[in-house]
Design a protein around this ligand. Structure first.
Ligand code: SF4
Length: 330
């Protein structure tokens, strides 16, 4: 039978616990949509978490909470292995080899490092933090990823991965593909504080995928809206209002109606937020229901991780055999 090989995608997140709706729009929705078309690997990037935080006490709990949200959100672990980076030793081995293929100055020019350390002197950044795009290259290329789903802020990392793949291939022979970035459609969802920054739990402006309807309502009630719409009947500007952005994402069928009502002054912010909350809660209800099953039986999640790790390890070992062979190591 003439079966065309499916392209491979590696995608991952640091284990930060329960996900928020910004994770959904920025990554998870895309991962779920890509499952049929690609051969996917889903990485819990627990080593990456160490680049900025050495406190590992909650790492396991955060991993389980995040993986439950992945599965409840629609990732099928039977099709796409879900695994912890730290359980596959080959990540560290390939990272070490790749660290010989890139200069310190190239890593210092990486725009996202510049952004992350803007309040620090570059001299104070750790070796591991500076080199985290190299670990990311190892994550992707260990599974010979052809495609990397990313937001625009991660494009520079994919470029570093491509450079490393080229350098390896030209030095020791063709082992790795040069992965292509795949930009997400709706990358950033603004946080509930309306400060034009993305949603983030650490900034306290997040609406979790596991928030119950009452919590969703409370959080939306406190959210700022267009400052020019002071009274209910004042005309508003939906394009500067984060609630309108949420309508666009979670209540698309009502967007024109909300726009018209807001601009004419017929729709007040209280009612608009209630409608938005109803739509978000309808979206979250099946997610919360599915989540409950795994919360009640956490062993199911452990089993999924162990199974994903066995499958990921087999691929990683195959790649490392090809790497050692090309390099004539051992
Ligand atoms: S009516 Fe809705 S879209 Fe308009 S400012 Fe108020 S909350 Fe925002």
């Amino acid at each position: 039978m003439n079966q065309q090989k499916q392209k491979t995608i590696l995608s991952g997140m640091r284990p930060t616990g329960k996900l928020h709706i910004g994770h959904w729009t920025g990554a998870l929705e895309n991962w779920v949509a890509l499952q049929e078309e690609y051969n996917n690997y889903h990485l819990v990037a627990d080593y990456h978490a160490l680049t900025t935080d050495l406190d590992t006490s909650a790492l396991h709990t955060h991993t389980i909470d995040m993986v439950i949200d992945w599965i409840a959100g629609g990732i099928d672990p039977m099709k796409s292995p879900i695994f912890r980076q730290s359980k596959i030793k080959e990540h560290t081995e390939l990272h070490l080899i790749f660290s010989m293929l890139i200069t310190k100055s190239r890593l210092e020019r990486n725009p996202s490092i510049k952004e992350q350390v803007r309040d620090l002197e570059i001299e104070n950044i750790t070796y591991g933090h500076l080199g985290y795009p190299v670990l990311q290259a190892a994550d992707i290329l260990l599974y010979r990823g052809d495609v990397v789903p990313v937001g625009e802020d991660q494009l520079s990392h994919v470029e570093i991965t491509r450079e490393i793949a080229r350098r390896f291939n030209s030095t020791w022979g063709e082992v790795f593909p040069e992965p292509q970035p795949k930009l997400t459609r709706f990358a950033r969802l603004p946080g509930l504080d309306g400060k034009d920054r993305k949603m983030s739990k650490s900034m306290g402006n997040a609406l979790l995928m596991s928030d119950d309807p009452e919590t969703v309502g409370q959080k939306l009630r406190k959210a700022p809206t267009d400052v020019q719409k002071v009274r209910r009947n004042d005309p508003g500007r939906p394009d500067v209002c984060l609630i309108f952005t949420y309508h666009q994402k979670f209540n698309p069928g009502a967007v024109e109606d909300v726009r018209a009502g807001c601009e004419s002054g017929a729709l007040g912010c209280v009612e608009c937020k209630q409608r938005c909350g109803t739509a978000i809660n309808a979206f979250l209800a099946p997610h919360i229901e599915k989540r409950r099953r795994y919360e009640e039986e956490p062993k199911l999640v452990e089993d999924i991780l162990h199974d994903g790790e066995a499958r990921a390890r087999a691929t990683a070992q195959e790649t490392m055999a090809a790497v050692r062979d090309a390099m004539k190591l051992g």
